[in-house]
Write a protein that binds this ligand. Structure first.
Ligand SMILES: [Fe+2]
Length: 548
């Protein structure tokens, strides 16, 4: 598939190549010899958390990425890394250069936080270590907080289980050249090879055992990051990431593991450390033991505010044994999925927001999804349905604060969904007060099927559930002052490389009208499809409660 000029980002990769500037060695780099025997830039480059004056640049040195000790074949010494920032993709207009030390204590990952850059503009960057030069990344600063912004293109993704397929959707996402990418969790999965085989067998295998130690997690991230499509998506735009469960283990809740495990806190600390090391996060997210500050806010001028939530680290444990249950305990008003402190932070953010669009970028399904047509309310204990009072407090708070356009973004469920959010799900006449867009997985659960008409059987008694599709892909959004357009992007298969991209459905949300208007519905050509019969509901529950 063709990539545009900028997505390839090869313009100044070769020092002295035609049209490129020579990158002079700094004095310290000229004296430095790291003794690296092969290219250490096997994990690509990334940038993240854009502010109006800067962002984070990231890379990690790993000449042998799959090394069992998680150290990527690096010597146990500090390595000098030079970096360069330019305003053009041929590196003529270099605006900043510097050096940073890659340390073995951080698996030779570097996180460079830049300040004093110009707001709302594109930049290009690269790294050099021991004579080797990295691929070039494209990134951008956010607009100034008071700026009137005419458009933002943002794509969001989740759940790329390496064993379940090729990350082709990321190659397509890169070709879109969005301004911003959000990743809503399950960046890696913890399982040893073959734990969850697809019906026709998995196309790829994990290296190493179930991730429990820092070495295991580092090796797992390195394996995922060798994927060229994932690297292309990181190289094209700044990402803002939040973890969900599989970055630690399935369905963990604060200090409670899925199954009894006396070493869980050590596991959680190791998982957080590796998450930080491998993603373009700011210093404010450096883990301290078992704690990591992940929830934060990003502003895109006056157009959009992104409230990035952490619904794992502070949540009460799932009740009634997790899974889909009719569970009165889930309605306990004392329960919280965010913890009190984060909830207050979010509510304060609603009151102070001046954004046209307030986006809750988070992990698990927000709207009620009652899987049972009868009087029993059978819902997912791991999603906001298992923390109904928490959802109710937050929903009422945005209504009371007069948030102009609340939109919830969701990962986790490995299927595309779109929903309208109700003030009270028990009352069918209740006001619609927001919208939810859930992205499918990039690969998790394999090829999937198109669903005729984009209907889910549960929508018959949950009429606020407006769209469902069980193929793999991502959601591409365009924000303007007047509307938010969401394209549900799908690939017809992931167990083979090279799938084409297809826009399965498009919804528009108009300013101050919290409803979903479907403007396109395109069945995927040549793709297997099924009707929304009752057994699709059972399959959905199986898909969500089977661990990947
Ligand atoms: Fe997942």
């Amino acid at each position: 598939m063709a990539l545009s000029r900028r997505s390839l980002l090869r313009g100044c990769a070769g020092v002295g190549a035609a049209g490129a500037t020579i990158w002079p060695l700094t004095a310290s780099a000229a004296r430095f010899r790291g003794g690296l025997l092969s290219d250490p830039f096997t994990l690509g480059v990334a940038s993240g958390d854009p502010e109006p004056d800067g962002f984070v640049l990231w890379t990690r040195l790993a000449p042998t990425p799959l090394a069992e000790d998680g150290l990527g074949g690096m010597p146990n010494t500090n390595i000098l890394v030079e970096w360069e920032l330019a305003v053009d993709d041929r590196c003529h207009g270099v605006v900043r250069r510097g050096t940073v030390i890659a340390r073995p204590e951080l698996a030779h990952a570097v996180h460079i936080e830049l300040y004093d850059l110009q707001p709302g503009r594109e930049y290009f960057y690269r790294f050099r270590a021991d004579g080797y030069i990295s691929p070039i990344g494209r990134t951008r600063t956010a607009p100034e907080p008071w700026a009137t912004v005419s458009a933002l293109s943002m794509s969001f993704t989740s759940c790329h289980y390496f064993e379940h397929g090729y990350f082709t959707a990321y190659r397509h996402l890169a070709a879109d050249e969005p301004d911003l990418v959000l990743h809503l969790g399950d960046y890696v999965y913890e399982y040893p090879a073959g734990t969850y085989p697809l019906p026709g067998g998995n196309p790829r295998d994990h290296e190493g055992p179930e991730t429990r130690t820092l070495a295991n997690y580092r090796q797992r991230y390195a394996q995922y990051k060798t994927d060229p499509d994932l690297q292309a998506a990181h190289a094209v735009a700044p990402w803002a990431v939040v973890f969900d469960d599989h970055e630690v283990e399935n369905n963990w809740a604060d200090e409670v593991p899925e199954r009894p495990d006396p070493d869980f806190l050590a596991r959680r600390a190791a998982a957080f450390q590796a998450y930080f090391e491998n993603l373009p996060l700011r210093r404010s997210s450096i883990p301290r033991g078992i704690d990591m500050q992940l929830y934060r806010r990003l502003l895109w001028g006056r157009l959009a505010t992104f409230h990035l939530l952490d619904t794992r680290q502070y949540r009460d444990d799932q009740v009634c044994g997790d899974g889909y249950k009719d569970c009165p305990a889930a309605l306990d008003t004392a329960r919280s999925i965010t913890g009190a402190e984060q909830e207050k932070w979010l509510l304060d953010g609603f009151h102070s927001s001046t954004a046209r669009w307030d986006v809750l970028a988070q992990q698990v399904f927000f709207a009620q999804r009652d899987s049972n047509q009868g009087p029993e309310r059978v819902v997912s204990m791991d999603a906001w349905d298992g923390y109904a009072a928490s959802r109710d407090r937050i929903t009422r708070a945005w209504v009371e604060a007069g948030v102009r356009n609340p939109v919830v973004l969701t990962g986790d469920v490995h299927a595309h969904w779109a929903a309208e959010l109700k003030l009270d799900y028990a009352d069918p006449t209740s006001r619609t007060v927001g919208t939810e867009l859930a992205c499918s997985s990039i690969t998790s659960n394999g090829d999937g099927v198109d669903v005729v008409g984009g209907n889910h059987p549960w929508a018959a008694w949950n009429p606020h559930l407006r769209f469902y599709n069980n193929q793999r892909g991502y959601v591409r959004t365009t924000f303007t002052p007047d509307s938010l357009t969401a394209d549900f992007q799908v690939v017809p298969y992931v167990t083979q490389p090279g799938a084409p991209l297809h826009t399965r459905a498009t919804f528009v949300i108009e300013d101050q009208v919290p409803r979903l208007h479907q403007i396109a519905d395109h069945p995927t050509p040549g793709s297997p499809s099924r009707r929304a019969t009752a057994d699709l509901g059972a399959a959905t529950m199986r898909q969500e409660t089977a661990r990947p």
